[in-house]
Design a protein around this ligand. Sequence first.
Ligand code: MD3
Ligand code: FE
Length: 212
Amino acid sequence: MTLDLFGERRDEAIGPGAMILRGFAPGDALLDGVEQVARLSPFRHMLTPGGRQIGVEMTNCGPLGWVSDRRGYRYEAVDPATGSPWPAMPTDFAALAKAAAAQAGFAGFHPDACLVNRYAPGVKMGLHQDRDEAGFDAPIVSVSLGLPATFQFGGTDRKDPIVRHAVAHGDVVVWGGPSRLAWHGILTLKPGEHPQLGRCRINLTFRQAGQR
Ligand code: MD3
Ligand code: FE
């Protein structure tokens, strides 16, 4: 962590291997990339294996994309909605994810998947673990854009205590090592209007999903 002469520590350790890098991402500069990705692979509501619609709208970029349908959760190289490969990961997305991981102590991160989540007010993501990836050695890097939200972050045991952290446009969170399999979620998004994104929050989640 670097000394901040202006009095505000912007890198905040929130657990073993987990860190919030406040304002690390050039939020506005990433919005073009989100728009380009969504033009090729539009946001959509996926189905849970039980057949319910997921409230968060999703798309992906990069070699692999996370999908959910009646057959289960998995990573796919082809977007089932278009029949084409997911859009390429914008070079500034990948560079940002690698720099954030390095800043949090995880050098050598090479994400092959970027899940793009879009939340409207009233939408939440319930507590879960991310375990659809081929391995758990690499960290996960998350970039918040648009409306602010509240993360719920627990431990690797479902019964571990949950703490809440506010995240805003441009904040980056890195979760690795002992926190990689931590339970986490997003509280119901509150109404609001973001200057660039309007009534929505977008989260970019970078992962090493396939075999290295
Ligand atoms: C903590 N997305 O897509 S990202 C997800 O803001 C997901 O859209 C949330 O959880 C969102 O799976 C939160 C932050 C996050 C991602 C992975 C984690 C936190 C994590 C893995 C382990 C611990
Ligand atoms: Fe998750």
